[in-house]
Ligand binder design. Structure first.
Ligand code: ZN
Ligand code: ZN
Length: 94
């Protein structure tokens, strides 16, 4: 699934890169669920084009979880039905 461009831009931002590095360091580079090598920082409250500009959600360490690729995929598969975006990048609620 293609990411809406607002989300894409967020993930490219310096602010996010910094917050992401802090999270990886805080978790000692390990997946918080299985202890494997953690590479992906996940938002517990999913980012949408609507909450993206709210730093309490998008940049809050409390809302982040360091995951390995496998756990991250599982997490998103589980919620994929709830995360559908229309062509303009708006979250379509169910
Ligand atoms: Zn894992
Ligand atoms: Zn995620």
């Amino acid at each position: 699934m293609r990411k809406p461009k607002e989300l894409h831009r967020f993930y490219k931002s310096t602010q996010w890169q910094v917050v992401r590095e802090i999270k990886i360091r805080a978790a000692n580079g390990k997946c918080e669920r299985c202890g494997a090598l953690g590479k992906e920082v996940h938002h517990k409250i999913r980012l949408t084009v609507l909450n993206l500009t709210n730093p309490e959600i998008s940049l809050n360490q409390e809302n982040l979880e360091l995951l390995c690729n496998k756990c991250h995929n599982e997490e998103h598969k589980r919620f994929s039905k709830q995360q559908q975006f229309d062509e303009d990048g708006n979250l379509i609620s169910r």
